[in-house]
Design a protein around this ligand. Structure first.
Ligand SMILES: Cc1cc2nc3c(=O)[nH]c(=O)nc-3n(C[C@H](O)[C@H](O)[C@H](O)COP(=O)(O)OP(=O)(O)OC[C@H]3O[C@@H](n4cnc5c(N)ncnc54)[C@H](O)[C@@H]3O)c2cc1C
Length: 496
């Protein structure tokens, strides 16, 4: 490291800006800047974050430091009680040096860094500037993602034919979202080899280094290539399908790297479009994937900043149950779907969108779990969790706790949806078609119970008219209600 006198600035890199070409690294100078990463004790407390999440975050940051050094930068990796204390420690050592960073990706960290006088450059880890999103949001009556997405397609000129969408449609959902056929031929998973940094981090966490998640940019790029070669073509068709035989189906598994900076959305879009132009990818699959990246991901980030810091405390349906025991221990449920999904999360800190929305959030919402309890569990457990992405997805999309600010209706369903989209119900103790009796599927019973309990909120919502018409037709509703009480008590005890 050069003599401290030649250093002019400290650049702070948070664990979600691990990129040599983006964030504050755009302005970094090898001779004058000291690049600092801080591992805060609060973050690595093993009683808070799941081991898989910690392993991914810590090992990626440690590898990034090595990459910085190989590129010729002066670096420091500090362990401190909090991020702010770590930065203050380095400021004491290099007195008088300004700390510089890109605008942070969460309200809390941004406020902490502002409070100690850090100077900022723009956060360019997204495709949509916060000011641009705000302009869009302020011009809308309701925040429909589809409207935002169409604007994005035109603005970024992605899958466009002049002013019209390529293929004549904005959306190919009707061709997508199929369940998997029986005896489906699976493509093997990509396995990531481990090095000494991975081993050291895993040992420090008391776990085995698994081969699921890459912890370097090189590995993240391999994951992208693997998706494009082996999964992209079938992505759209099976994007909503779930299976006990395959935890990833044809999902890209890119969210951890997009969220910690190892990949940038622009390069993912470019690579996907290049592959599409080669001709082997159906437009329905390409459009579905592009929508996730330039639509959903950007929309969720925009909404996080637009809706404000207090949004995460919303609980419009006044749900107050404690987190169900099954979330932390899959042996506390006899529902096959939840047993499989929670076991998968224990192993890898990840399941795809539909288990998150239509199984985990669905049961939390139907069982009236307090949204903040569920949010904390999700945020601590998932490998790709960050405040900006968990808060709107859980509070707005999953739990409808914002009174419909983001979504026009709650995502609730009975067991029939899970049965249609997965093989979980085969051999399950519970029957998705039944709403009463000992073997009734808890999802089915609680779905009707939820509609009834929340009729004041939703019965006039025209998008739910069919569901409420169904509720009116139920001749056995008193029995459903009674079974719902038993199910809720059983879920609380971890015995359903
Ligand atoms: C309750 C709930 C919680 C979620 N929590 C997270 C989270 O903590 N972190 C996270 O990255 N995603 C979250 N999502 C969104 C989505 O489930 C994941 O992005 C996706 O499953 C990640 O797997 P993948 O990379 O294989 O995604 P793919 O299905 O291959 O999709 C490609 C990319 O699109 C983006 N994307 C798609 N949907 C969303 C969305 N709703 N919000 C933001 N980005 C999206 C992701 O970057 C993803 O990598 C959540 C969704 C729900 C319903």
């Amino acid at each position: 490291m050069p003599h401290p006198k030649s250093l002019r600035r400290i650049i702070y890199i948070p664990f979600d800006h691990l990129n040599l070409s983006h964030g504050a690294m755009r302005y970094a100078n090898k001779d004058e800047d000291l690049i600092v990463l801080v591992e805060s004790q609060r973050m690595v407390d093993p009683s808070v974050f799941s081991p898989q999440r910690l392993f991914f975050l810590l090992s990626s940051a440690r590898h990034f430091q090595l990459e910085l050094e190989k590129a010729g930068f002066n670096t420091r990796y500090i362990k401190a009680p909090t991020t702010v204390e770590g930065i203050k420690e380095i400021q004491r050592e290099f007195e008088g040096l300004q700390v510089f960073a890109a605008v942070q990706s969460s309200f809390r960290l941004q406020a902490s860094l502002e409070s100690i006088g850090v100077k900022f450059c723009e956060n360019d880890f997204f495709l949509t500037k916060r000011t641009l999103f705000r302009e869009w949001a302020e011009s809308q009556k309701s925040f429909l993602m589809e409207n935002f997405y169409r604007k994005q397609r035109a603005r970024l000129n992605v899958l466009m034919d002049g002013a019209k969408p390529l293929g004549g449609q904005w959306n190919f959902d009707k061709e997508n979202r199929e369940p998997l056929p029986k005896n489906y031929a699976w493509t093997p998973y990509l396995k990531h080899s481990r090095d000494t940094i991975d081993e050291e981090v895993a040992t420090s966490l008391g776990i085995e280094a698994r081969d699921v998640w890459a912890t370097t940019r090189h590995g993240a790029l391999e994951q992208l290539q693997n998706f494009l070669e082996n999964h992209f073509a079938e992505f759209g068709r099976y994007e909503d399908a779930m299976s006990s035989e395959n935890w990833a189906v044809h999902h890209s598994l890119l969210s951890p790297y997009l969220n910690n900076g190892l990949l940038h959305p622009e390069e993912v879009i470019e690579a996907a479009l290049k592959k599409f132009e080669e001709g082997s990818i159906p437009i329905a699959s390409c459009e579905a994937f592009i929508r996730q990246i330039i639509g959903w991901r950007e929309y969720i980030n925009g909404m996080y900043w637009h809706l404000g810091e207090k949004y995460k405390n919303q609980n419009e349906l006044a749900s107050s149950r404690k987190l169900l025991p099954l979330f932390n221990d899959p042996s506390k449920t006899e529902m096959n779907c939840l047993k499989f999904i929670v076991s998968d999360i224990d192993e890898r800190g990840w399941v795809h969108h539909i288990p998150r929305l239509m199984v985990l959030s669905n049961i939390a919402l139907l069982a009236e779990v307090e949204p903040q309890e569920f949010l904390t569990w999700m945020r601590n457990t998932f490998v790709d969790a960050s405040d900006w992405v968990m808060v709107p997805n859980v509070i707005g999309m999953g739990m409808h706790a914002d009174g419909g600010q983001m979504m026009t209706k709650p995502y609730v369903s009975g067991g029939a949806y899970i049965s249609k989209m997965s093989n979980y119900c085969t051999g399950c103790k519970y029957d998705p078609k039944k709403r009463t009796g000992e073997d009734a599927c808890p999802f089915t019973t609680l779905y009707w119970n939820f509609l009834d309990a929340n009729s004041e909120n939703f019965s006039k919502n025209h998008r739910m008219a069919q569901q409420y018409a169904g509720l009116k037709r139920l001749s056995d509703f008193p029995d459903v209600k009674e079974r719902a009480h038993q199910v809720l008590a059983g879920l609380e005890k971890g015995k359903i």
